[in-house]
Ligand binder design. Sequence first.
Ligand SMILES: Cc1cc2nc3c(=O)[nH]c(=O)nc-3n(C[C@H](O)[C@H](O)[C@H](O)COP(=O)(O)OP(=O)(O)OC[C@H]3O[C@@H](n4cnc5c(N)ncnc54)[C@H](O)[C@@H]3O)c2cc1C
Length: 154
Amino acid sequence: MRFDADRVVTEGGEFPADLILFMPGMTGNAWFDATDLPRSPGGLVQADAQCRVPGRERVYVVGDSGSFPGPDWMPKQAHMADLQAAAAAANLLADLQGKASNETFKVELVCIVDAIDRGTLVFRNLRRNLLLPSARVFHWAKRAFEWKYLRRYR
Ligand SMILES: Cc1cc2nc3c(=O)[nH]c(=O)nc-3n(C[C@H](O)[C@H](O)[C@H](O)COP(=O)(O)OP(=O)(O)OC[C@H]3O[C@@H](n4cnc5c(N)ncnc54)[C@H](O)[C@@H]3O)c2cc1C
């Protein structure tokens, strides 16, 4: 694949473009290389479904840094990081109390793609896949969610 000034050329053909925004695939942080943590082929820290790093005692990973088992559409999202963090915290506490650490996390994509004056709701889980038409209400719903979410930290 390559980018020309006015087009994107791929193995399967080419298409014109006025603006090209390229987002490279995520790899792990550079400092991961200075550790012997187990890594995924893409360079992220390997995790199991309980957010534990295999072979390490009481080492957990959540969010963008981790590579988790699940469907190939599993998003790198703050929402997923939240769900994983809750599971990891519960598992660490259980572990410290000598109990089984078998809490897992839900896999779901919930996103409002905000275009400032309107937004598009995208939802996906293991059973449903939903994409609603763009509407002004979703822009305001995202603003309201942001306000509510951040309130507890302010
Ligand atoms: C443009 C954009 C829009 C997005 N929109 C959404 C959205 O609408 N909804 C959603 O759910 N998700 C969204 N995401 C994804 C979301 O931001 C990430 O999935 C989420 O922030 C991951 O959280 P994290 O805690 O794993 O990592 P991060 O939020 O990246 O936190 C990692 C932190 O570690 C710090 N750090 C790194 N290295 C070191 C070090 N050596 N020492 C100390 N600190 C260090 C970093 O500075 C950073 O603060 C968006 C992402 C982008 C880029």
